[in-house]
Design a protein around this ligand. Sequence first.
Ligand SMILES: [Zn+2]
Length: 144
Amino acid sequence: MLKLSQSDYVSLRQHGEETYPHECCGVLLGSFDDDGTRTVTRVAHCGNARKDSPHNRYHIDPKELIRVQREGRERGEDIVGFYHSHPDHPAAWSQTDLAEAHWLGCSYVITSVEKGKAAVTNSFELAGRDESDKKFVDEQTVIV
Ligand SMILES: [Zn+2]
């Protein structure tokens, strides 16, 4: 389960509208709770480093990711997930999304943006023991 505030939810959806028709991407910072819930306390918008195919691919520059991670640590926040948008495509993960997801136990949030308007937002947990058996599992998103 992924918990986030209304304003963080709006923030990640609006980011997809701002970058339309390109994909947006960013990091979810927060905490891992004992029951497996991830609680988001901050949404960090990142730039999409995929200049070759930004309408259907995303990539967070590793330097930017390290900076976001360090700033989070200073506030006592962990990286609990990532988000990106699917311009004019459903809010479902693709094989590329799975291949490029490496943070086991984190949430991957996808928002479909239809004609510039954020539509459906879904979240998936990257489950599995390691890279070889990783998989996306549907998870509930709760706005608190
Ligand atoms: Zn995707």
